[in-house]
Design a protein around this ligand. Structure first.
Ligand SMILES: *Cc1c(COP(=O)(O)O)cnc(C)c1O
Length: 439
């Protein structure tokens, strides 16, 4: 693949607004709540794809991401970032004949968001070294994003992280992974809902006075620094298959905010031969309904067992339509959907455990069912396993009728002290807090 000089990112809401990779990462979102999108999607030839087979994960990552970082990193610089970021395994596990689970949960917070969060933290670390001052990363979280960001950014020099989470509305285990960290990571327990947290963060980004006094960015999946590295593991999974399996492959993605699926579609756009993607969803079916009817109608999310997918207005949806040039027919040709209720999720966890000896988490179970629903004879299916079953041990143990082992790291976190600051859902209080701690 030829390196194009200076890849730029445009605002999906205003194509004339273009910035470098560096600026898009430092800004998080574009103006008017727009998302950044690469102006060109590089394509790999067949030979180049086949050549990925012998690479280890960090080298493969550097090859996939090479064109996207523009002039902001040298090849050696990018390789170093990928070595640091992709430092945990992503195994492709055969669950049954021609059905594989891609285990994305072996990172520090035991969920797939570690991939994006680790890459973003390595990138921001280097950018902060070039700036005269600190970068403040703001995250509103209902659980999983905050844990991944807290773990990935812990003790990263030049970066301060402020996490906002709704008091009493995240699980005990999630709260511990959010608040058992100290130093440069500060957890704010907001007396309000997740939407209140998100509102406060959005207000901070829109505050010009604040922008003039500090460098603020977002670690939510709208940031291209979190979104792009997620394309890597689609190539990685493909490169693990044999030739015949590679030829007729479908991939099922358990989805909530649709960053993961958009990243898979980017990989396909880059030339990865995937026959079909499945948008596997719990009953929060805004995107399945769009695929069915062509109409996008956001609504209030409802609570399910796969709670990291309880999203009523997925922020990355616009990236999917952008990839397909807003052509609904083209989208439905490549993206199918499957909607799963909680009973079905429970049943799948129980059955796959007893019949195949493989333990799914509720999100992976949704992915598995979507994969099975669309797999045709002779095809190979991959579903993404996005969280370690131990993160949802109550549900999982109930389904499989057995205990599961909680990994040592998580066990340690559970024993640590909660370290958060209670705060009203009030912007002036929040702003004061942000300014007080900055230099
Ligand atoms: C965030 C999350 C998802 C949904 O991913 P999106 O990119 O938001 O679609 C699925 N599973 C788990 C465990 C998650 O944490």
């Amino acid at each position: 693949m030829l390196k194009h000089p200076g890849m730029k990112y445009y605002n999906i809401n205003n194509h004339r607004e273009k910035v470098s990779f560096r600026q898009s990462v430092l800004q998080g979102a574009a103006s008017g709540k727009g998302l950044y999108f690469p102006e060109r999607i590089p394509a790999f030839t067949r030979e180049e794809l086949v050549g990925m087979k012998g690479l280890d994960l960090p080298d493969l990552a550097a090859r996939v991401l090479y064109d996207f970082v523009g002039d902001d990193f040298t090849p050696a610089g990018l390789s170093e970032i990928c070595r640091e970021a992709f430092n945990f395994p992503i195994p492709l596990v055969e669950v049954e004949d021609r059905v594989y689970g891609l285990e994305l949960y072996h990172g520090p917070s035991l969920a797939f968001k570690d991939v994006g969060a680790r890459f973003l933290s390595e990138v921001l670390k280097r950018f902060s070294g070039e700036l005269n001052g600190q970068i403040t990363v703001l995250v509103a979280t209902s659980g999983d994003t905050g844990s991944a960001v807290a773990q990935s950014f812990l003790n990263v020099e030049g970066i301060r992280v402020v996490l906002l989470y709704p008091s009493g509305k995240v699980s005990k285990l999630q709260e511990k992974t959010l608040t058992a960290v100290k130093g440069n990571v500060q957890a704010l327990e907001v007396e309000g809902s997740f939407d209140d947290c998100q509102r406060l963060v959005k207000q901070a980004f829109a505050d010009e006075d604040l922008a003039s006094r500090m460098t603020l960015t977002s670690a939510n999946s709208i940031n291209v620094g979190r979104f792009l590295p997620q394309s890597v593991y689609y190539f990685w999974a493909w490169s693990q298959l044999d030739h015949k399996e590679q030829e007729d492959l479908i991939i099922s993605v358990p989805s909530g905010n649709y960053g993961n699926l958009s990243a898979g579609l980017m990989a396909w756009k880059m030339g990865l031969p995937v026959k079909k993607f499945v948008a596997s969803s719990n009953i929060n079916r805004v995107v399945p309904d769009y695929l069915e009817t062509g109409k996008y109608q956001p609504r209030q999310a409802v609570a399910t067992l796969s709670n990291a997918m309880d999203v009523g207005d997925p922020s990355n949806f616009v990236r999917i339509t952008e990839i397909f040039d807003h052509d609904h027919n083209a989208i439905t040709e490549h993206v199918r959907y499957y909607v799963v209720g909680d009973d079905q999720t429970r049943q799948a966890i129980a059955e796959i455990s007893s019949e195949k000896g493989y333990v799914l988490d509720p999100h992976g179970a949704v992915g598995y069912l979507g994969c099975k629903a669309h797999l045709e004879p002779g095809q190979t299916g991959i579903f993404l396993e996005t969280a370690h079953p131990a993160k949802f041990y109550q549900t999982v143990e109930e389904c499989i009728g057995d205990r599961i082992t909680i990994p040592g790291d998580l066990q340690n976190v559970l024993n640590r002290e909660k370290n958060s600051r209670l705060m009203k859902a009030d912007y002036s209080e929040f702003k004061e807090l942000l300014l007080r701690r900055s230099r």
